[in-house]
Ligand binder design. Structure first.
Ligand code: 3HC
Length: 279
């Protein structure tokens, strides 16, 4: 099966790895220009080289996965059987991408989006073919879950097909009905927002909030470290969707979160967030 992954950022390249390392799958990793797509693949190559050096991956395995990934712009997806879109979290950007892809991809191609919180029904509305949610978690090669979200225009066979593909690539799919933030982000992102409120109120320091949640709740990383890892712009965007969609003040983004995003403190990707991150 040929899979076109649209967006070669952290999520897109992680998703590309997941498919490319599974027998029977070939990947087209795409971005708005060929250089950005190649950059996404180069990042994978660098991470694989580290894993080879640490004895966690065979050199041949590394070469085989990389050989399975072709990079370019979305036009290389002309014979793709499945599209997984992991581009900017903007409805108009995603709708435009799907419109253009539907015009060039085979008649029986499947179209999936990795959106973290946008409405799948709205995304599919007005398009020639259905769109389904296939939501991976960061880091995609490690996290086992895939949320499969059917919007109003997704037929049940499409849900079954995506559930089967998710299992084939070694993930555990969970079927989710469309709702703001689906399941994980509805619960996880407000927790990160709450941790920021706790920090804002001066209840504890960044380090102590994270220590409390890793040691007291056995989370793999503290909520503020996780916010930096996911990207504070993404955290804010998801909180905005939860707040706007529900009108419930419990989803109001923390003022400190807004301020940090406005000031370009986005976490790992910008080098500064609740922690300082060096390359
Ligand atoms: N490919 C395959 N395997 C890899 C890999 C890669 N690129 N990189 C690492 N691994 C393997 C490692 O070899 C290791 O395997 P081993 O146990 O057999 O040695 C295993 O994966 C764990 O790797 P690390 O030791 O590097 O990682 P840590 O144990 O330090 O854990 C973490 C890192 C997985 C990020 C962990 O801290 C964690 O689970 N954090 C929480 C992440 C989370 O909550 N993600 C969800 C965010 S929300 C989201 O994504 C939704 C979106 O819409 C916003």
């Amino acid at each position: 099966m040929k899979v076109g992954v649209i967006g070669a950022g952290a999520m897109g390249s992680g998703i590309a790895q997941v498919f490319a390392q599974t027998e029977g799958y070939e990947v087209y990793l795409c971005d708005i220009n060929a250089e950005l797509a190649a950059k996404g693949k180069a990042k994978l190559e660098k991470a694989f080289a580290k894993r080879v050096a640490n004895g966690k991956m065979e050199e041949e395995q590394k070469d085989a996965i990389l050989a399975n990934i072709t990079t370019g712009t979305k036009e290389i997806c002309v014979d793709a059987d499945l599209i997984v879109e992991a581009a900017l979290e903007q409805m108009d950007v995603k709708k435009k991408l799907f419109t253009e892809l539907m015009a060039i991809c085979p008649a029986d191609a499947i179209f999936a989006t990795n959106t973290s919180s946008l409405s799948i029904s709205e995304m599919g509305n007005g398009l020639d073919r259905p769109v389904i949610g296939m939501h991976f978690f960061n880091p995609a090669p490690i996290m086992k879950l895939v949320e499969v979200i059917a919007g109003l225009n997704a037929p049940p066979e499409l849900v079954d097909k995506i559930m089967a593909i998710a299992k084939e690539i070694g993930k555990v799919p969970v079927q989710v009905h469309e709702a703001p933030g689906f399941v994980v982000n509805r619960i996880l992102i407000p927790m990160i927002n709450e941790a920021i409120c706790v920090l804002e109120m001066g209840v504890a320091t960044v380090e102590d909030i994270d220590a409390a949640m890793t040691l007291g709740a056995k989370h793999p990383m503290g909520p503020l470290a996780l916010g930096d890892f996911v990207g504070l712009d993404i955290v804010l965007a998801i909180m905005e969707v939860l707040y706007a969609e529900t009108g419930d003040s419990k989803y109001r983004p923390a003022a400190m979160l807004r301020k940090m995003v406005r000031g370009g403190m986005l976490g790992v990707k910008s080098g500064a967030g609740f922690y300082t991150h060096t390359k």
